[in-house]
Design a protein around this ligand. Structure first.
Ligand code: DC
Length: 204
């Protein structure tokens, strides 16, 4: 079984996807980490601003199963990921790894932006996790500790714009996705709602 979890930055999809994987005993892949790896590798190889050539070279030489870096979760690398994610060759280079991961038995949960639309259009269950930009910025600000709210909000809005407006695999809910707005929910109720939505899609 494949569960696709998509949505904008800081909507809670990572937390929900991990909880789903644990609940169902499935494998979990954070596909945003793949784009973060490419962004970070491109910065290290070619500096900033990131060039298309450096991003493509980084994507083609990446071994996604081996890459681990404590810098991956920073806002700077998140923005770099969103920039390299616009490049069709980068997306193409990461596609096969994601698709073969999704086939792992007994099932897999993948979270990202285009899982239900492009990577796994035949996923058995698709969730689109969203929340207002203000709520997402507030959550991200708390995660980061001391960051300035207006700056975090501006970063979230810039990422939304770039992720949704790109021509290749833009951020959009799949037609058959269940949308979950977590703005007014705590983690436990969001996870419970996600589990219920997946259960409803499970073949009896
Ligand atoms: O989920 P995240 O914040 O770690 O993702 C970082 C960036 O990677 C995001 O802004 C857009 C890109 N991304 C993507 O284009 N497609 C995916 N499936 C996952 C992430």
């Amino acid at each position: 079984m494949i569960i696709a979890v998509d949505g904008p930055a800081a909507a809670g999809k990572g937390t929900i996807a991990r909880a789903l994987a644990q609940h169902f005993g499935f494998h979990f892949l954070d596909t945003g980490a793949l784009y973060r790896m490419v962004g970070l590798a491109a910065i290290r190889a070619g500096g900033e601003p990131i060039t298309t050539a450096a991003a493509i070279a980084a994507a083609l030489s990446l071994d996604p199963s081996r890459f681990a870096d404590s810098d991956l979760r920073t806002e700077k690398v998140g923005a770099a990921a969103s920039i390299v994610a616009v490049i069709p060759e980068v997306r193409a280079a990461l596609l096969e790894f994601q698709r073969s991961f999704a086939k792992k038995p007994p099932g897999a949960v993948l979270d990202g932006r285009d899982i239900g639309t492009v990577v796994c259009p035949d996923a058995h269950a698709k969730l689109f996790i969203t929340a207002s930009a203000e709520v997402r910025a507030k959550r991200r600000q708390m995660e980061l500790g001391s960051a300035d709210f207006e700056a975090v909000l501006a970063d979230i809005l810039a990422r939304d714009e770039r992720d949704s407006k790109r021509t290749t695999a833009p951020l959009v809910a799949a037609k058959d996705a269940v949308t979950l707005d977590t703005s007014g929910m705590d983690i436990a109720s969001a996870v419970a709602a996600a589990i219920a939505a997946v259960e409803a899609r499970r073949t009896p």
